[in-house]
Design a protein around this ligand. Structure first.
Ligand SMILES: *Cc1c(COP(=O)(O)O)cnc(C)c1O
Length: 362
């Protein structure tokens, strides 16, 4: 068996321990004599596992009273719509920091008026708007909510601290969910498609404040209302059973390894190793993100030409450093170093970057 260093952006690397555990238990889930994908989602064995998953998530994220957690399907893209359907009555403000916030805003425009609260579009989405700069955030009257993307997977920027507004705050945390502690109380709704940092594609975690839920549009078909899934504890219809089981394993893995503070410390160390390789290259690698906005999950950079970038990604692949090509919409190179990517992978990448530079620098 071969395992490579996986820098894919999503679906992406999962903890080896978790994969092994899942493999071991796959034929017999908790002594039922059936696989977790063969048991009823109404069974006691399933319910206990889901309850434990929610309890673990509350513990790890230190989620205060007054919030509910549900598991949905349809990916992040479905949340773009669902957020707006449920909460956009008049106007919503979007902080436009990249492709995913832009798509979310475009989806919301089907349901009401949307506007940019702040944006980094003019500078190629290379930074997160500065919270301390007066007048950066322009909230119009009668705004139902403000929406942001905590980590911009494609551009490699990430919010370092979050802003506060007098209206509900909604965040897409798909690509840095569980990578660091988050003060959940600052948000009214957080969602994360799990296929970046937490599990296989097919489920979204939604953490929603009960107060916000009370304001939701109830003139929607039940399947499109958050309230339905909250009231039915995620089992209004068949939930993504295998994904939730996998999340459970990843949460246990995080818990045994010191929780989110410990995870953040390792992630910062890993990111520094790769950013250092960029910074000592004297412009051979050009980091896309402004330094104060650098993501600890997705490191994005350019080389002198698209041809050289292609060569770089191919040379990486030849050394079992997989997934270094940038997103098709922006090009360049990207190394996604999610929770499950080990420190050794970042060291191997930095070494490869140095060697590739020496070979190609004039
Ligand atoms: C990948 C991603 C999405 C899109 O997720 P899908 O599940 O493919 O719809 C949305 N937001 C962010 C931040 C992402 O990284």
């Amino acid at each position: 068996m071969k395992r490579v260093y996986n820098f894919n952006a999503g679906p992406s690397a999962m903890p080896l321990e978790v994969l092994e555990e899942v493999q071991q238990e796959f034929l017999d889930f908790k002594g039922t004599g059936m696989s977790v994908v063969e048991i009823s989602h109404r069974s006691k064995a399933y319910q206990e596992m889901q309850d434990e998953t929610i309890a673990l998530m509350k513990k790890l994220l230190n989620i205060p009273e007054g919030y509910k957690i549900v598991f949905l399907q349809g990916g992040g893209s479905h949340q773009f719509l669902m957020v707006a359907m449920n909460f956009l009555k008049g106007k919503a403000g979007y902080i436009n920091t990249g492709v995913w916030s832009k798509k979310a805003k475009e989806a919301a425009a089907f349901y009401g008026d949307v506007y940019d609260v702040a944006t980094s579009a003019g500078d190629n989405f290379s930074f997160i708007p500065d919270m301390n700069e007066a007048g950066t955030f322009d909230i119009e009257p009668d705004t139902d909510y403000v929406y942001l993307t905590s980590n911009n997977t494609i551009h490699g920027t990430e919010w370092q601290t979050f802003p506060h507004f007098d209206v509900p705050l909604i965040a897409d945390m798909s690509s840095d969910f569980l990578a660091r502690p988050v003060d959940v109380a600052k948000f009214d709704l957080i969602y994360a498609g799990i296929q970046k940092n937490v599990g296989p594609a097919g489920a979204v975690v939604v953490i929603i404040k009960e107060e916000l839920l009370e304001k939701a549009n109830d003139a929607l078909p039940p399947y499109l209302q958050y309230k339905t899934f909250v009231d039915k504890d995620s089992t209004y219809n068949t939930p993504p059973v295998f994904c939730i089981y996998f999340i459970n394993k990843v949460l246990h893995w995080l818990d045994r390894n010191g929780g989110l503070e410990a995870m953040e410390a390792i992630n910062r160390k890993k990111a520094k190793i790769v950013y250092d390789a960029i910074d000592r290259s004297e412009g051979f690698y050009k980091g896309h993100a402004r330094e104060d906005s650098r993501s600890i999950m997705n490191v994005t950079f350019n080389l002198a030409t698209p041809e050289l970038e292609k060569e770089f990604a191919e040379a990486g692949t030849a050394q079992d450093l997989i997934g270094l090509k940038g997103h098709r919409s922006v090009g360049g190179c990207r190394a996604s170093i999610y929770n499950a990517v080990p420190l050794a992978a970042c060291e191997a990448l930095a070494k490869f970057m140095d060697e590739f530079r020496v070979l190609h620098q004039d």
